[in-house]
Design a protein around this ligand. Sequence first.
Ligand code: NIG
Ligand code: FE
Length: 417
Amino acid sequence: MIKLLKSPAKIVTVDTDGLNYKRGKDSSKINVLYDHSIVIENNIIKDLIPNSKVGDHTFEKVIDLSGLTILPGLVECHTHTAFAGSRSNEFLMRLKGATYEEIAESGGGIISTVKAVRQSSFEELVRIIKPKINLFISQGVTTLEIKSGYGLSYYDEIKILQVINYFKQTLPINIIPTFLGAHTFPPEYKNDHKKYLKIIIDELLPFIIKNGLAEYVDAFCEKGAFSSEEVDKIFSKAKKLGYKLRLHTEQFNNVGGLDVALKHNSLSVDHLEVISENDITKLSGSDTVAVLLPGVSFFLNYQYAPARKLIDNDIIVALSTDFNPGSSNIPDLHLIMSLAALKMGMSAEEIISGVTINSAKALNMNHEIGSIEIGKHADFAVFDVNDYEDIIYNIGQNLNMMTIKNGEIVYKRNMEN
Ligand code: NIG
Ligand code: FE
């Protein structure tokens, strides 16, 4: 089937000239095409043609996008959307002065969500999580990564991955499951790290990849969670089994996570609120993407990652919500874009690179998605804005009109509302 996305006011291509990422100052060039239409064949971007040439072809379907601005489908590369329960009590405790780390140490935090998830059946989890995914789709997200990490037992980690895989099979966007069994130590192994590591390394890692439940492994390298030595062991085995790696690191303390991530060619290092000058130098020029999560800093009233320094040091920077019930209860990628501008000093162009091609690179999917280039998947977010800056400026308004995945409209805003 040959389709035409006809004459949008602007096409923000985020063109990379085939490089498929935007490093450092390149991230401020996103390229806008005027007076063009997009030809789609078999779910793939076939051509970008001047509007004057549209009459030379015939199309089986034409979608009129007059007056609208089209961007690559947004890529949300770091979420913990697979959770149950609420942590509003912790939110209130923090307002009274308790810190995220204190709450975690006293048995709340991740473990309180683990309790809620363990008590929920597959069906209950599906019912709770689905509307959250739909929120992302309505924002123009066409690829959504979702981590496990609230089961922390053999049975419950697999249950969560099965739920995520159910969405992968039934929802019309890319859902990317990531195994985060190394999120924190569950209460039963709090004093026996070796035993829990053994479950991850000898049981879960082989089972999950063999059964196609996840191709990505993540861990939380932090005081009170996993040490860099423990992450090293997990990553060594995961790499042997063929997993792609990601790492939560340098959120509250620097415990050597970045070194382990770089040693194993991790696709990304995520958080980096407390990254040191020395570690910025190590990351400079590397292929590992810095995934920044300003929603966490906002939600926890905490310091922001040094986005400007990272970009000025030739690092590939991506942005994500980190949507989770404890540190970023914010399933809103547009708000993250606004926070990146207001709180981290990123330009509109750097932000758009960060939620498209660079987040695709954090998933190693940047050759298929993340920019409007010939040969890539026909994934788009269509905004009712005159300029792409308006997405960032209009805080709290979802101006995405239409989400298109593989050339199919998967979300359309009701024009009457
Ligand atoms: O990315 N840092 C670790 N994990 C999550 C928080 C998870 C939670 O608090 O439930 C994060 O911030
Ligand atoms: Fe996270």
